[in-house]
Design a protein. Structure first.
Length: 102
């Protein structure tokens, strides 16, 4: 597909897999807009590869050997097979743009 518009502004938020998570996604597209409310802590480990860009707030990325804080305007890349969990320990929502890698 040579061009796909991602109309996130016109999409409604839908519940995520956690009560403090909501998301906007486009069927068949490996990108998602995520929002984690204060207190969010993912109970599950993920091993997918991702490119993450933080739009608003600060979130923690829990890895096997460290915890990384990523702030608004910053980005990170997670290689496939890297165990990780997301967490929002702050007092404001965190909004992320995430591309899942094959």
């Amino acid at each position: 597909m040579p061009f796909t518009r991602l109309p996130f502004t016109s999409l409604a938020w839908t519940p995520g897999g956690h009560p403090l998570e909501q998301k906007k996604l486009i069927d068949g597209c490996p990108v998602v807009l995520l929002e984690f409310a204060p207190g969010f802590e993912d109970p599950n480990w993920c091993e997918n590869g991702h490119i993450i860009y933080v739009l608003e707030g600060t979130f923690e990325l829990v890895l096997d050997s460290a915890v990384e804080r990523i702030h608004a305007g910053e980005s990170c890349v997670l290689d496939r097979g890297t165990r990780h969990k997301a967490k929002n320990p702050g007092s404001v929502p965190v909004r992320l743009f995430v591309v899942t890698l094959d």
